[in-house]
Design a protein around this ligand. Structure first.
Ligand SMILES: Cc1cc2nc3c(=O)[nH]c(=O)nc-3n(C[C@H](O)[C@H](O)[C@H](O)COP(=O)(O)OP(=O)(O)OC[C@H]3O[C@@H](n4cnc5c(N)ncnc54)[C@H](O)[C@@H]3O)c2cc1C
Length: 83
């Protein structure tokens, strides 16, 4: 409680109980993040096919990874269009 109150002073009044979700048991999701091995190979275009996703990077499970991967794909797309 005291840690939360440092960020949100009203925390103690408004917070009643927490919840947790077992993402591995949610149908159609079956997990919270990828557990594959990151792939430098899939980050290289295969002809005109480009791949992007957090699962391809070394930072799996984070939005930062999705952004890194998408920026990489966009750079590759720019190269493809330019060539
Ligand atoms: C519960 C939870 C909490 C999280 N908390 C954080 C956090 O606090 N901070 C953080 O940085 N990251 C967090 N993450 C991780 C973050 O959400 C992911 O790393 C990020 O969303 C991955 O982005 P992505 O674009 O690679 O994949 P996704 O966001 O999974 O996007 C893939 C998209 O492809 C679509 N798709 C799939 N198959 C097909 C198909 N055949 N045809 C067309 N579309 C398709 C899907 O519907 C989806 O919209 C959390 C994830 C979960 C599940």
């Amino acid at each position: 409680m005291s840690a939360g109150e440092k960020v949100h002073p009203q925390y103690r009044q408004n917070f009643h109980s927490g919840i947790s979700v077992a993402w591995g048991k949610v149908p159609f999701t079956l997990g919270g993040w990828s557990t594959s091995t990151s792939s430098a190979v899939l980050q290289i275009p295969e002809g005109t096919f480009l791949f992007a996703g957090e699962d391809l990077t070394y930072l799996q499970g984070w939005q930062e990874a999705a952004i890194i991967s998408s920026v990489n794909a966009l750079n590759n797309l720019t190269d493809l269009i330019g060539s």
